[in-house]
Design a protein around this ligand. Structure first.
Ligand SMILES: Nc1ncnc2c1ncn2[C@@H]1O[C@H](COP(=O)(O)OP(=O)(O)O)[C@@H](O)[C@H]1O
Ligand SMILES: [Mg+2]
Length: 260
């Protein structure tokens, strides 16, 4: 059978996502100066770094919530340049990624189950029955089957975030982008949310996670990226970053986080 060469490379188990020399400014503020990363299928890549270093902006550029000005993006066999991005490229990035935000961002007028069903019906045009079945399965996976008919206002932060994760997973994205998924939670809620993320990692879900939960990052990641001031300062295995870091800025950051 004939495959175009990019698709063949993808099917051969090479990089799922490769971003090269990505740049993004807000006015005169050069927030992302030169970011290159690659993610393989099934990998968990974590991004750590100080506040304001551009981590959220970078995730938002991946699914085109923000428009990068420069850079090349290759995602599951589709290649394009930010400079000449087409509408269909943006649509492709949005359809194949899902984002989980710090502030959950559930629809307030919809129940837990309806929040999960919405994208399945509207975006993926699944039947009512199929959407309901997938939502029920996911509610069980995130431990919220007894809360299916609750509105977000009647769920704890941790429960809302578990619904948001279920909603992200429901669309079977090639990659999930987590932006500090536990930062807005009371400490006692964090563990359950991390458990749910871990469960989807075990199922092979590819993800990029921005997080300050260093123990979780250490344990769950295949690769850790330290970002500072719009650059990738250092990247490597958890051991290479947390134990054997070669960069002073990484070491200073880790020392500061550990003293908290
Ligand atoms: N929509 C925006 N408009 C203008 N400046 C922004 C916007 N979003 C982020 N920034 C700026 O980009 C920089 C990096 O922010 P951000 O990506 O949120 O960093 P991090 O997530 O690492 O804390 C900050 O200086 C921030 O003020
Ligand atoms: Mg951020």
């Amino acid at each position: 059978m004939y495959y175009p060469c990019e698709l063949e490379a993808y099917l051969g188990g090479k990089k799922l996502l490769e971003i090269k020399n990505l740049k993004k400014s807000f006015g005169s503020n050069n927030v992302l100066k030169d970011i290159s990363i690659s993610v393989e299928k099934g990998e968990v890549v974590s991004i750590i770094g100080p506040s304001g270093s551009g981590k959220s902006t970078f995730l938002r550029c991946i699914n085109y919530l923000e428009r990068p000005e420069q850079g090349s993006i290759s995602f599951a066999g589709v290649n394009f340049k930010a400079e000449t991005v087409k509408k269909e490229n943006i649509k492709y990035m949005r359809e194949n990624t899902a984002m989980v935000f710090q502030q959950f961002n559930l629809f307030k007028e919809k129940t837990a189950k309806e929040n999960i069903e919405l994208g399945l019906k509207k975006v993926q045009k699944k039947s009512k029955e199929e959407a309901s079945r997938i939502a029920e399965d996911l509610l069980i996976k995130v431990g919220l089957e007894d809360k299916r008919n609750h509105y977000p206002a009647h769920l704890s932060g941790g429960q809302q975030q578990r619904v948001a994760i279920a909603r992200a997973v429901s669309l079977a994205p090639k990659i999930i982008l987590f932006d500090e998924p536990t930062s807005a939670l009371d400490p006692e809620m964090v563990g359950m949310v991390l458990e749910v993320i871990r469960k989807f990692v075990e199922e092979g879900q590819t993800m990029i996670i921005v997080s300050h939960e260093m123990n979780f990052v250490k344990e769950i990641s295949d690769k850790v990226i330290f970002m500072n001031d719009g650059y990738v300062v250092e990247q490597g295995t958890p051991e290479e970053i947390f134990e054997l870091s070669k960069e002073e800025r990484t070491q200073q950051f880790l020392k500061r986080v550990n003293n908290h």
